[in-house]
Design a binder for this molecule. Structure first.
Ligand code: FAD
Length: 496
């Protein structure tokens, strides 16, 4: 293609729209623009009218990640344009200002996003600008993964994972480039600081930077740390919240700082080189994929139970219980540790996410959508698909869900997965001096042990907000009122 190798000096620029793909490597829309040899204008649009606008804790992450993307583009002789507007309007303005006649972007897969992008294509076409979309942040696009038996989307994880493992992820895009061509005139950009993404007064994200390194290099540092460390013991240690036994890649994946395909290949190669069985970690990445394919097929999943009989479920409107839960003041130490880890670090260990979600939806009988919304505001790895799928899974109303009657006991879960109480001690410091045998049942600890640890129940640490045994009975009665239990086809292997 002679035009692409040696473009005329007057070639119109290509705009590359960055969204949740804040990376240079394995970024098909950027790679294609770079390969065209035309000047490239990289732009990020902060758009509050988006179907899934960036909110809460993710604003902190976005600020940091955009700084890194900006720096990486500058290193390659380019720049990042920042605009705050409706995306369609921002792109039309930018095209008019620069003479660009083509916009590249990564495809997205929720129904609302697909519709938004279709409208944007029409709007831009009316303004004389062509759009071209590329594979987005998945291993496989939904149309590649229809269930051979049913013809439609997979509703059960195990066959989905089997199929995904057989066909593997789609190929990575072209290799990284050294330089990007830029247009002769540089378009104006807003200042990232003016977007005020970082919280102030109070700075509730003060501790985040101790735990996270947003950006592409940070994503690969996390991947390196995983293959040099926990990869060998992932299957055994991934459920122990006191141990850093998982990849911690979720926020990097949520912002597309590394592609799932590149990570899948990297982890697979590291496992093969050392003859490790890495199926477990690949299966977790596949759960992310499964969630995205489910949300694509069932757009109502974010707000409506996938099992229709749950639509009339009598959740309780318990404002006080919800407040105790959000603040980590339920009187159940592992629940409180999880909710405080979430608030302090923007992340919570997966095992504990299941425990706190079960506690909210079953012990407190509060609607899973309220919990999902709290997570959406507080998680740096918030992902509309994974969040909805997991909340529905724990609440028992999802596609491939745990049966409702499987109710986690927050005390025994704590004892099983945090036997020494190290996780609780880290996030619930008022219990730090209680010995391991009492730390998950402080209200039942002998007076002497409580006095020695300087814990007064109801003063220094709350009494349980509900009695688990009674709450369990109440939840089962509520469940029975909507119909007989349906045995789950759930295949999630690490349920209790
Ligand atoms: P690892 O164990 O290292 O797993 C590797 C990757 O696999 C993760 O980065 C993630 O992308 C994916 N993954 C792992 N477990 C799951 C899972 N159960 N479902 C989907 N993908 C998974 N994950 C999110 O990314 N965003 C969310 O908003 C989110 N909300 C959740 C809500 C609830 C109630 C529960 C129970 C789980 C939720 N998860 C969510 C899934 C899971 O807890 C996190 O992905 C995981 O804890 C991230 O840590 P990690 O990267 O170290 O995971």
């Amino acid at each position: 293609m002679p035009f692409e190798r040696n473009p005329p000096m007057t070639a119109a620029p290509v705009i590359v729209l960055f969204r949740r793909d804040l990376r240079l490597a394995d970024n098909p829309s950027l790679a294609a623009a770079a390969a065209s040899g035309r000047p490239v204008i990289a732009v990020y649009v902060l758009d509050d009218t988006e179907p899934h606008p960036i909110r809460g804790a993710q604003k902190w992450w976005l600020h940091r990640s955009l700084l890194k993307l900006q720096a990486a583009l500058v290193e390659r002789g380019s720049f990042l344009v920042l605009r705050r507007n409706n995306t369609s309007a921002a792109l039309a303005d930018l095209a008019r200002e620069t003479g660009a006649d083509l916009v590249h972007w990564a495809r997205r897969y929720t129904r609302a996003e697909i519709e938004t992008d279709q409208l944007m294509t029409q709007d831009l076409a009316a303004a004389g600008v062509t759009t071209k979309s590329f594979m987005g942040g998945l291993l496989r696009e939904p149309q590649d993964m229809a269930s051979p038996s049913a013809g439609g989307p997979y509703r059960v994880f195990t066959p989905f994972f089997r199929r995904l493992s057989e066909i593997g992820p789609a190929a990575c895009s072209a290799p990284a480039f050294e330089r990007l061509m830029t247009p002769s005139a540089r378009p104006s950009s807003e200042s990232l600081d003016d977007w005020r993404l970082l919280p102030k007064n109070p700075d509730w994200a003060a501790e985040f930077s101790e735990h996270w390194r947003p950006g592409e290099a940070g994503a690969w540092a996390a991947a390196d740390a995983f293959v040099e460390g926990p990869i060998a013991s992932y299957a055994e240690q991934r459920d122990i919240p006191a141990i850093a036994g998982t990849t911690r890649l979720s926020p990097h994946l949520a912002f597309g700082e590394a592609s799932p395909t590149a990570l899948w290949n990297f982890i697979s190669a590291a496992g093969a080189a050392r003859r490790l069985n890495i199926e477990k970690v690949l299966s977790e990445i596949a759960w992310r994929e499964f969630s995205h394919h489910l949300l694509h097929a069932f757009p109502q999943m974010a707000t409506t139970p996938l099992q229709p009989k749950f639509e009339g479920f009598a959740y309780r409107d318990d404002a006080e219980g919800f407040r105790h839960w959000t603040r980590g003041l339920t009187g159940y130490p592992v629940v409180d540790a999880g909710m405080r880890q979430l608030w302090r670090t923007g992340w919570m260990h997966n095992r504990v996410r299941m425990i706190v979600a079960s506690f909210l939806t079953k012990d407190l009988l509060i609607d899973w959508r309220r919990g999902a919304e709290w997570f959406a505001q507080t998680l740096v790895d918030f992902d509309p698909a994974s969040n909805a799928a997991n909340w529905q899974w724990v609440a028992g109303c999802g596609a491939d869900a745990a049966p409702f009657f499987r109710i986690f006991n927050p005390t025994t879960q704590g004892e099983k997965f945090d036997p020494q109480g190290d996780y609780v001690r880290r996030f619930v410091p008022e219990l730090a001096d209680l010995p391991a045998e009492h730390i998950h049942r402080p209200d039942a600890a002998p007076a002497g042990a409580l006095a020695a640890a300087k814990v007064r129940i109801g003063v220094d640490y709350p009494a349980p907000v509900v009695d688990h045994a009674e709450a369990r009975r109440r939840a089962l009665a509520a469940f029975e009122s909507i119909g007989p239990p349906v045995a789950s086809r759930g295949t999630r292997p690490h349920v209790q």
